[in-house]
Design a protein around this ligand. Sequence first.
Ligand SMILES: C[S@@+](CC[C@H](N)C(=O)[O-])C[C@H]1O[C@@H](n2cnc3c(N)ncnc32)[C@H](O)[C@@H]1O
Length: 208
Amino acid sequence: MMEDIWIKKWNERYGEEDYAYGETPNVFFEEKIKELKTGKILLPAEGEGRNAVFAAKLGWSVFAFDQSEEGKKKAMKLAKKNGVTIDYQVGDLGAVNFPQEEFDVIGLIYAHFPANLKSAYHKILDGYLKKGGFVVFEAFSKNNLTYRAKNEKIGGPRDLDSLFSIEEIKADFSNYEILQLEEKEVELGEGLYHNGKGSVIRFVGKKK
Ligand SMILES: C[S@@+](CC[C@H](N)C(=O)[O-])C[C@H]1O[C@@H](n2cnc3c(N)ncnc32)[C@H](O)[C@@H]1O
């Protein structure tokens, strides 16, 4: 099955000793989360837990999930090392279940879901967010393919449809007040797999 190959890829990556994207949070996530009042946060596709652990250290009540069992192991190890607790489930976004309108913030950091499901998955996540809650999003834009062609080490999906555009974010989060939405060239230095110049979409939205 296609999904099994996909999960195997992530388990292999997270089975390595080092942290694939480092032990420190994504820079944009760090900046934005510090500005918001602490509460309950959901981090989908959270991998090895760098953003979850950072939020927990700031006092957030943290819920995370990912399809990768190895990702969870690394995340729990990182949480222990930092003296914090996080609630981390293993499962596909289509299978995990949270109460409706439960969270104050949803952090989508390089949450690259399968192209044919990504909009539907954003809608599911929207259901978990309280009215007045925030989405903080950073992921590779479609233009990252040009950057990847010059420098493989930047990483990110190889197919155009798994990458994001401003128009797609506007459509998926049409019921949000847009506080920030931009496509930006960034210099990443995240662990082993996000290094060099790349192109990302950054979005902060408030659910109406
Ligand atoms: C590039 S990594 C980002 C990890 C983490 N958010 C970070 O920034 O360090 C993408 C993650 O998405 C997860 N993922 C992809 N599709 C998923 C799905 N349908 N359900 C749950 N997790 C998924 C992968 O297992 C992987 O951990």
